[in-house]
Design a protein around this ligand. Structure first.
Ligand SMILES: O=C(O)C(=O)Cc1ccccc1
Length: 429
């Protein structure tokens, strides 16, 4: 992996670019606003598409995308005034304010035979035909950079100053992928990125589990006794809290955007009273000494990163796959139980459940003074990772059932599980 090593992250916020999603609505996003008949229509299409897919009829990428487009267009059509252009193609009046006509006829109209899938269809080479450009949050030496290199060994890693910028970089074709941390075995979920997954239209196309090995870094000649503060990414600070105390460092902790950025900051400003928690690679890059090595509180400190792309990958069943979804539900009895049961009764294991505030509707009020007061329910979006591929009929049946009692359901991605062997003592950095 080659990394652009600027003195500052290359990509600042791309706010000047309109970030309104220009992509077709997510194939799997199913909105509640549709009427019962329309849901039946969608379900019929969904089931037909699922049958087609599971029966192997959807045998190549083009068909897969056409099926998704059909499903998505039918969902979106419920949301907007529709008019046909006489050819049977429904013209979408607007999607997020973008006017477009969907061409729903399958590929190879003249022969009506699906185009054989070629290797370039599976993972098209980047536009510039050379290395994959992978955006990450941080500066060179960050663990996210290492994750990018583990996911795509020959990539060009592109540093970004915010997680949001990494998402935008992919959305605006500045990068081909983004690699972002979503959870750590000691620190738990990185909530910011769960929220961003929902806000953007990217697809999870892979995951990497990275053993994280923290070091305490300072300028050459600085001793622990000289330190008044330790700075790093909040996840790193929380993963090393006990060890810092054992080292006698009862000094101020300050959170910064990323671990390597903390090391760079100390070197750039020649701070002799400050240490950083970062990787040994950051020590090399920014000329710092390692005061203490392996300071995470638990040797099995692993961070899970996901890889994001503009297009989903084609799910397979020939290797272990994981699928990530997000859903919301209106009031109803034991909806969460029903969702979990839809997977449990099909022997599908869940590996993660996360809830995040439903920012469009944070509180639902029930009742009023006449009924003795109001109940205020916090509304959440629920994220689930489960161990099955979307190509597995069990997954399709489970999601078809979940759709019945949720107001919103979206598949964030179906992707190979990271099965690389590791032991608690292994280290990538
Ligand atoms: O700050 C970094 O180096 C990151 O990539 C985020 C992070 C921080 C701590 C553990 C894993 C990832």
């Amino acid at each position: 992996m080659s990394s652009i090593t600027p003195s500052k992250p290359i990509l600042k916020s791309l706010s000047y670019l309109d970030t309104t999603p220009k992509l077709l609505s997510i194939p799997w996003k199913i909105h509640r606003q549709t009427k019962r008949s329309q849901i039946c229509n969608i379900r019929a299409i969904y089931k037909q598409e699922s049958r087609n897919f599971s029966a192997g009829v959807v045998s190549n990428r083009a068909d897969w995308q056409t099926s998704c487009a059909i499903l998505a267009s039918n969902v979106v059509l419920q949301q907007s005034d529709k008019k046909t252009d006489g050819s049977g193609n429904a013209e979408i009046v607007s999607i997020n304010g973008v006017h477009r006509t969907l061409d729903l006829v399958p590929v190879q109209q003249e022969t009506n035979l699906p185009k054989p899938l070629s290797i370039t269809d599976l993972s098209p080479a980047p536009m510039h035909g050379s290395q994959l450009r992978v955006a990450y949050q941080g500066v060179p030496g960050a663990y996210s950079e290492a994750a990018a290199g583990k996911a795509y060994p020959n990539c060009v890693a592109i540093p970004c100053d915010q997680f949001e910028v990494a998402f935008q970089a992919v959305g605006h074709w500045i990068a081909d992928r983004a690699v972002l941390p979503v959870e750590n075995s000691l620190g738990g979920s990185i909530h910011r990125n769960y929220d961003l997954l929902l806000r953007h239209n990217l697809h999870i196309v892979g995951e990497v589990q990275l053993p994280v090995h923290h070091c305490l870094l300072a300028l050459p000649g600085v001793r622990k006794e000289d330190l008044n503060r330790v700075i790093s990414h909040p996840q790193a600070l929380s993963q090393c809290e006990s060890t810092l105390t054992k080292l006698g460092l009862n000094v101020a902790r300050e959170a910064v955007d990323d671990t390597a950025g903390a090391a760079e900051f100390i070197a750039t400003h020649n701070l002799r009273d400050t240490a950083a928690i970062a990787s040994s690679r950051a020590a090399e890059l920014y000329g710092l000494q390692i005061l203490a090595d392996g300071i995470q509180d638990d040797s099995s400190n692993v961070t899970r990163f996901v890889m994001l792309a503009r297009e989903p990958i084609i799910p397979r069943t020939d290797r272990p796959f994981k699928t990530s979804i997000v859903f919301a539900h209106d009031e109803g009895m034991s909806v969460l139980f029903k969702v979990l049961a839809a997977f449990a009764f099909r022997n599908i294991s869940l590996t993660k459940i996360e809830s995040r505030p439903y920012k469009n509707r944070p509180i639902r009020v029930v009742g009023d003074a006449s009924t003795g007061g109001t109940a205020k329910h916090f509304e959440y979006m629920f994220y689930i990772d489960f161990e099955a591929s979307m190509a597995d009929p069990r997954s399709q049946k489970a999601l078809s059932e979940v759709q019945e009692f949720t107001s919103f359901l979206r598949v964030l991605g179906s992707y190979p599980m990271d099965m690389t062997p590791w032991s608690p003592s292994s280290r990538d950095l």
